[in-house]
Design a protein around this ligand. Structure first.
Ligand code: KG4
Ligand code: ZN
Length: 349
C-alpha cells in the first residue's frame, strides 16, 4: 500500500510488500482505554501502553462518555511519551524512525475517538509521516497477528461489547461477514445479565469468574433459533430475568446461573464457528474482541484443535482494547481512510 507523507507528495510504501522494516505507532481511544503502541512489521510489539479507566467508571456502573473523553485527554500525552520511551529502550527506535502514525476512527464513542485520532494526526503532521485511520473491529482481528505467524485464510469469531460476528478472512485485506447477531452483542448480553444478578461493573469478567465455580447444567437456558451463522442473545437475557424472578427475592444461586448462562453462550458460539469452518474448508480459526478473554469460550475454541484445526486467540492483553492491534491493522489491512481530514464514526456504516 502506498501512502503519502503529509507535507510532501513523496510516496511511502507501507505493509508486507514494502520491502523494509515498518514501525507503526498507533493510538486507540474508542471507549474506556487510552492506549499507544509501536509495532514492527505488524507483528513485533516494541512498545505497548494502556491506561484503563475501569476504576473511574465502576462507581457509575458503566462508561460515561463525557467522563471517558476527559480521562483520555488527561492520559494521552503521558501514554504517547511512555510509548516512545519504551521503543527507545527496547529497540533504539526514536520518533523519526516511525514509518507512519495510525489512529482508531470508529466504531466507538465519538468524543473519545476524537482525542486519540487528533493526537495521531498531530504526530503525523509534526513528524511529516503518513497517517492511517483504522477500523476498531478490523483491529481486534489483527490482534491475532501479534507475536504469531498467522496468515489468512481463516475463520474469525469477533466477540466484543458491541459486536458478534463470524468473519471469513480470505486475505489480509479481504473479509466477508458470514453471520452476526440480530440483537444484543455477546459482551452486551454478559454485561446485562451480570447487572440482572447483581454483579458490579465490569460485568462480563465478573460473570466469567463466578461461572467457574458453578454447575453449567444447573439450569437449562434456551438457544435462539436463528439463521445458520447468525446469533440472538436477547431471548436468553429474558430467560435469565425470568429465572431470577422465579426465586422471588430468595437468595440466588449466582454461580449456577452464571455457569448455565456461560454454557449456553459458549456452546452456541462454537457450534456456529465449527459450521463455518466446515463450509469454508479452512483449517485455521481465531477469536478476537474483548469477550475472547472469556475462559469457557477460549476452552471450547481450543478444543477444536482436537478436530484438526489450528486455533489462535490473542493473549489477554491483546483481547481487550489496546493500540498494538491497531498498529498491526494499519500495517496489514489496506485501509481506505488515510487522509488527514478523515472523521470519526460511532457505529458500523
Ligand atoms: O472489545 P472490548 O474491550 O470493547 C468493545 O470494543 O466492545 O470488549 C468489552 C466487552 C465487555 O462487554 C466486557 O464485559 C466483555 O468484553 N468481557 C468479557 C470478559 N472480559 C471482557 N465477557 C465475558 N467474559 C470475560 N472474561
Ligand atoms: Zn474493542
Amino acid at each position: 500500500m502506498t501512502k503519502k507523507k503529509l507535507f510532501s507528495e513523496e510516496p511511502v510504501e507501507i505493509g508486507p510488500e514494502s520491502g523494509y522494516d515498518n514501525y507503526i505507532m498507533a493510538i486507540e481511544s474508542s471507549c474506556d482505554e487510552t492506549a499507544c503502541a509501536i509495532v514492527k512489521n505488524g507483528r513485533e510489539v516494541i512498545a505497548n501502553v494502556v491506561a484503563s479507566q475501569i476504576k473511574t467508571h465502576a462507581q457509575f456502573g458503566g462508561v460515561i462518555p463525557e467522563i471517558a473523553a476527559r480521562e483520555h485527554m488527561d492520559s494521552i500525552n503521558i501514554i504517547v511519551e511512555e510509548a516512545f520511551k519504551q521503543a527507545k529502550e527496547n529497540a533504539g527506535i526514536t520518533p523519526k524512525d516511525i514509518t507512519a502514525f495510525a489512529g482508531t476512527v470508529g466504531p466507538g464513542l465519538v468524543g473519545c475517538l476524537l482525542v486519540g485520532l487528533n493526537a495521531a494526526k498531530t504526530l503525523a503532521l509534526v513528524y511529516d509521516k503518513p497517517f492511517i485511520g483504522v477500523n476498531h473491529l478490523n483491529a481486534h482481528l489483527c490482534g491475532n497477528y501479534l507475536d504469531t505467524d498467522l496468515k489468512p485464510p481463516f475463520i474469525a469469531l469477533l466477540i466484543s461489547g458491541g459486536h458478534t460476528q463470524i468473519i471469513d478472512v480470505r486475505s489480509y485485506s479481504e473479509q466477508n461477514i458470514v453471520g452476526e447477531t440480530i440483537d444484543d452483542a455477546v459482551g452486551e448480553a454478559y454485561d446485562k445479565v451480570a447487572r440482572l444478578i447483581g454483579l458490579p461493573y465490569p460485568g462480563g469478567p465478573k460473570l466469567d469468574k463466578m461461572a467457574q465455580e458453578g454447575n453449567p447444567k444447573a439450569f437449562e437456558l434456551p438457544e435462539a433459533k436463528v439463521d445458520d451463522y447468525d446469533f440472538s442473545f436477547s431471548g436468553l437475557k429474558t430467560a435469565v430475568l425470568r429465572l431470577v424472578k422465579s426465586f422471588d427475592g430468595k437468595e440466588l444461586p449466582v454461580q449456577d446461573i452464571c455457569a448455565s448462562f456461560q454454557e449456553c453462550v459458549s456452546s452456541t458460539l462454537v457450534k456456529k464457528v465449527k459450521k463455518a469452518l466446515q463450509q469454508s474448508g479452512y483449517k485455521q480459526v481465531v477469536i478476537a474482541g474483548g469477550v475472547a478473554a472469556n475462559s469457557e469460550i477460549r476452552k471450547k475454541m481450543f478444543n477444536l484443535s482436537n478436530e484438526g484445526y489450528q486455533v489462535f486467540a490473542p493473549p489477554m492483553k491483546y483481547c481487550t482494547d489496546n493500540a498494538a492491534m491497531v498498529a498491526s491493522c494499519a500495517y496489514f489491512n489496506t485501509n481506505t481512510f488515510d487522509d488527514i481530514n478523515v472523521e470519526v464514526f460511532s457505529r458500523v456504516k
